[in-house]
Design a protein around this ligand. Structure first.
Ligand code: AMP
Ligand code: MG
Length: 417
């Protein structure tokens, strides 16, 4: 359940630094998704409901890393080739029961359990073999080409932490540990609305003065990548009563109500007032650009989040505000986005006390990687998202960037899933 203390709502009005907004979110919202068991095949992207401890060693037994000959290292002459008689054969899945006698070698294949006694494997490409014996050149290291039991993970070690959003590689590890089913958090339910009298459904004939709804498609896709069940609330008119009624109606059956548009301070912006009318407002101005107006509040224990209308601002606030809210509600361990330092190819000035996100192209045409600013930079320029490579994050304290200064670049692709 989300636990909202009075303390969480002491910030309405002032421009809240992003880090403070995120700290408030972590403090005010907690996991409200009960665990459920799902087959491993359905677990991609789901949030792990508990820590996973390895119940066995991977690999369970020492085995050969190559096709070759398993031998006793002590049998090898250090300075000249050694001839060993062949005794026994072990293929993957067919272990040799008998030990390899001293002075002999066993034919082994990749993945075959190491025959008892043998401690080293010579690659078949590096030695000369006949039907009955193998000649091994000097210089082989003890333990070469042998994988030890538990060298990947040992029984009892932590395999995956609680709250992990499961990746394809996590499914490989869980399967290798023998899990057929896994306990994950139930999916969150999010009601998604667009707002605005000018906003129209794609597919309809576009009326004069109108635009098609870009945000709902983007936000639904971002939510889908977080494995959220989305209720499509469609487009709300710029009408205070309509917005209020829609938020109040959606809240009880959802874990989050998410809107875009109508959140700044214009006369036709009704989302913030609606949050205040039906619930409690936590904050509505965050020190980021694009995305300054972003309203977070709650009705009952359901958070209401109003993202700005401009599509780039909607994306930036989804990543910086909505994602932490969803992580908290889902019981997911937040994943820190990597920021790669890339020298700037441009000069830039910005206001202090705003964290600014610029769309940049990563260009290495002359062999040196540089971040170029996308030529069109407005918060409504959708092609600045489709046509650039990364968001450059300019910290609050910075007021100017000179060419050559390192920019903290977050690859845009990482934001989409
Ligand atoms: P607002 O926050 O409602 O003032 O909207 C800011 C800007 O974003 C305006 O130019 C709106 O037309 C635009 N906008 C609002 N909602 C959407 C949407 N769903 N898709 C595309 N643009 C939008
Ligand atoms: Mg609007």
């Amino acid at each position: 359940m989300a636990q909202l203390s009075d303390d969480c709502f002491a910030f309405a009005g002032r421009l809240l630094p992003l880090a403070e907004a995120q700290a408030r979110i972590a403090e005010c919202f907690s996991c409200r998704a009960a665990p459920e068991r799902v087959p491993l095949a359905a677990a991609l992207g789901r949030v792990l409901a508990g820590e996973i401890t390895a119940g066995l060693c991977i690999p369970p037994q020492a085995n050969s890393a190559v096709d070759g000959y398993a031998l006793h290292h002590d049998d090898l002459a250090p300075d000249r080739p050694t001839v060993l008689k062949l005794a026994g054969r072990a293929a993957a899945g067919h272990p040799l029961a008998e030990p390899v006698p001293r002075g002999t070698a066993a034919r082994v294949f990749t993945g075959a359990v190491m025959p008892p006694g043998a401690d080293t494997v010579m690659m078949q490409e590096d030695c000369v073999a006949t039907e009955t014996e193998v000649t091994v050149p000097p210089g082989l290291r003890r333990g070469a080409n042998r994988r030890l039991a538990g060298e990947d993970i040992a029984a009892g070690e932590r395999a995956l932490p609680h709250g992990r959003r499961l990746t394809a590689a996590d499914l490989a590890l869980l399967a290798a540990l023998g899990h057929q089913e896994i306990a994950v958090r139930r999916r969150l339910r999010v009601a998604l609305f667009s707002t605005g009298d000018e906003v129209q459904e794609p597919g309809e004939t576009l009326h004069p003065g109108r635009i098609y709804d870009a945000n709902r498609a983007m936000l639904a896709a971002l939510l889908a990548r977080l494995d959220v069940d989305v209720t499509d609330g469609k487009i709300l008119a710029d009408d205070a009563a309509v917005v209020r009624a829609a938020l109040a109606k959606a809240a009880p059956a959802h874990d989050l109500v998410l809107t875009s548009g109508g959140v700044s301070s214009g006369e036709e912006d009704h989302v913030r007032a609606a949050i205040e009318a039906v619930g409690t407002l936590a904050f509505w101005r965050v020190g980021i650009k694009p995305g300054r107006p972003v309203a977070l509040g709650s009705v009952g224990d359901t958070p209401l989040l109003g993202l700005p209308g401009n599509p780039v601002a909607a994306l930036v606030t989804f990543v910086t505000i909505a994602r932490p809210v969803l992580d908290a509600l889902a019981g997911a361990r937040p994943v820190a986005l990597p920021r790669f330092p890339v020298p700037s190819a441009f000069a830039w000035r910005k206001k202090r006390d705003r964290r600014e996100f610029l769309r940049v192209l990563l260009d290495d045409a002359d062999g040196t990687l540089r971040a170029k600013n996308f030529p069109k930079e407005g918060a409504g320029i959708i092609t600045s998202l489709t046509g650039s490579d990364a968001l450059a994050e300019l910290p609050e304290g910075v007021t100017s960037i000179a060419p050559g200064d390192p920019l903290a670049c977050i690859p845009l692709r990482l934001l989409y899933g």
